[in-house]
Design a protein around this ligand. Structure first.
Ligand SMILES: *Cc1c(COP(=O)(O)O)cnc(C)c1O
Ligand code: SF4
Length: 349
């Protein structure tokens, strides 16, 4: 539904002014290894005069992606270890991930599922796989929440989105449907009234959209309109961001991002430490740096603008809370850190 075609081939990036002709060979080498796509909506937001533009860095292939470090792994968050049927990941008792598609509108260069997403991967679940996945959710009455992810589940047609909403809607033990997506910033036009209506609650379920957004400039006028349209259909809005070197690894960029989200009606939910996906070391910052940034963020912005900083424990264990605590316990008792950075004893424990 985009007005123009997405950038996928090396030449597309060169013609769009996002890469130099001399980089054609590097672009081709990366494109041969990993899925590549950038939507016109995001390409339009790039400042061509800035060689380190934070939006370009997220989508334009980089030769450093071919450098795989020893600690990186194909399945950094361990999805495979917890998949009872195709398309379902059931790691935590009361909620499942449901992955109906493996394609995305864009391919982020730091993607944590980069070995599982792309146009050449499994594509869309077949009808029988879809029925088996829904059957699994129906048969497990401990499942309270279904998290649609992928790939990007909003790549599906409004008809298929509505079919899923309806099928989950009639499962009485499921109370919450959450859609993880890049679409509001990647291709905001696609969040038409028809798509929003397909997502909207029926049978009394709560519906949330958790949008993946990493830089304030991704929140274009069109993206803000898309969020407003979702909210108009009664959908709760959350965000997930990834802490990325060169994109948002400073207090100003993080504060701008979180404020832009909150002022677009979106509650920042998670800030993810970059996962150990192959060829992503140039995006990683240290955990200590991430903790210092989170602390500075907490000290400086509205509580609404503070996400939870998490790291996925490799092997599919769970996420770990990564923020520094404001509470310390030692022999002397309890002390609390104020937003002025000063620790004070607290009289009782
Ligand atoms: C992150 C994740 C979830 C959702 O976790 P929340 O903390 O509830 O957002 C569920 N299942 C898996 C496998 C996950 O990785
Ligand atoms: S939108 Fe998500 S799943 Fe798709 S490429 Fe980006 S990080 Fe990966």
């Amino acid at each position: 539904m985009a007005n123009f075609k997405s950038l996928r081939a090396p030449d597309d990036f060169i013609v769009a002014g996002l890469a130099k002709p001399v980089a054609a060979g590097d672009l081709a080498a990366v494109t041969a290894r990993y899925a590549v796509a950038m939507t016109p909506a995001l390409a339009a937001l790039v400042d061509r005069s800035d060689p380190r533009d934070p939006i370009a860095l997220q989508f334009v292939p980089d030769i450093r992606e071919l450098n795989v470090t020893p600690e990186e792994r194909e399945d950094p968050i361990g999805d495979h270890a917890h998949s009872p049927v195709t398309g379902i990941v059931h790691r935590h008792r009361d909620r499942v991930l449901f992955k109906p598609v493996s394609v995305c509108p864009v391919y982020c260069r730091f993607c944590f599922r980069r070995e599982m997403v792309g146009p050449d991967k499994d594509g869309v679940l077949s009808v029988s796989e879809m029925n088996a996945a829904l059957g699994y959710i129906r048969d497990h009455d401990e499942i309270w929440e279904v998290i649609l992810t992928g790939g990007d589940p909003l790549m599906m047609s409004p008809r298929r989105i509505a079919e899923i909403t309806d099928a989950i809607g009639v499962i009485s033990h499921v109370k919450v449907i959450r859609w993880h997506t890049r679409m509001p910033v990647a291709d905001p036009q696609r969040l038409s009234d028809e798509v929003c209506a397909a997502l909207a609650s029926r049978h009394g379920k709560a519906v949330y959209v958790a949008a993946h957004v990493n830089h304030a400039r991704e929140l274009s006028e069109a993206a803000r309109t898309a969020f407003a349209r979702l909210a108009g259909h009664g959908i709760g809005l959350l965000s997930q961001s990834v802490l990325l070197a060169g994109v948002n690894d400073n207090l100003e960029a993080l504060a701008d991002l979180m404020r832009a989200l909150v002022s677009a009606g979106v509650k920042p939910y998670y800030l993810h430490h970059t996962d150990l996906a192959p060829g992503t070391s140039h995006f990683r910052v240290s955990v200590a740096r991430g903790q210092a940034l989170m602390q500075a963020l907490r000290d400086n912005v509205s509580g609404l603008c503070v996400p939870t900083y998490v790291i996925d424990i490799p092997g599919g264990v769970s996420k770990a809370n990564a923020a520094l605590p404001d509470v310390q316990v030692d022999e002397a008792g309890l002390s609390l850190r104020g937003r002025d950075g000063i620790w004070r004893d607290y009289a009782v424990d």
